[in-house]
Ligand binder design. Sequence first.
Ligand code: HPA
Ligand code: ZN
Length: 320
Amino acid sequence: MNIQAYPKVELHHHLDCSLSYKVVHAIDPTVTEEIYHRDFTGPVKCTNLVDFLGRTFRGIALMQTPEHLRMVVDDVMGQLKRDNVLYAELRFAPLLHTQQGMSPEEVVEVVNEALTNAISTTGVEARLILCTLRHFDADESMHTVRLVEQFQGTNVVGLDIAGDEAGYPLDEHIAAFEYAADQGIFRTAHAGEARGAESVWETLEYLQPTRIGHGARSIEDPALIEKLREEQIHLELCPASNLQTNMYDTYIDHPINRLYQHGVSMSVNTDNRTITPVTLKQEYEHLHQHFQWGKEHFLQCNLHALRSSFLPEETRNTLV
Ligand code: HPA
Ligand code: ZN
């Protein structure tokens, strides 16, 4: 099987955590390859998610002007093309890109326009998900969902919450997610990564997303697995990232294969390509090597991903 040529769908990809060395060096020529591997790329094992999240700031600091945002979008779309990704949903938190004076609105406008251009030059279909973060307050979360609302009809298709799952509860974000639901805005949420199944239950109850970012630890509760399967709640799984955040010791400890066998709707994703230096091709190779996954597994994950994507149904069908 030629995994490189295999068509792929990626739903869980952080735009601001996927800068190649090439674009980092183009934006900041003082960053050598050695510095990139020391400061931008994470170690094989971080202590935990917070340690991992601490490594996101260097990349975000390089995405504070329209020109630099455009360069990163082009760079990431080039990476996706080389990985033979047909369709991707790229996420980022607009409120983190205002350090040099851009407004969050301008940030979304620039990224949206850059993405439209990159879609036509690469042929890779892509959309945007705007993230609020666990440590944000209720106003910041509401500002983020208002941005999704304001940019409806462009490449912006949904809302996510990322960040420190174990350090901050959901309280500040419930109103924003309720507002999103009322507006018919698609929702995903990181959960079941730094905390267990109870966090996924909580997230489903209070935020009502149709997808969960990671959610790997759902495997710890059979009743939750049943709910995910029955309601076709989709898990955006990112095994290499989970090894790096120290959720699991080795690849075969990851529950992805067990989740697959339980019939849960799921996809394979990189999460990010800087801190966890991994491509989807490599992730598929890991799955082939450790769990003997073949074409039928990848096809099923990609069909599940398209079915759970935030595209309108007619557009989705043109990609199948
Ligand atoms: N979890 C939470 N927040 C994040 C992640 C993640 O895996 N990656 C980037 N931001
Ligand atoms: Zn993530």
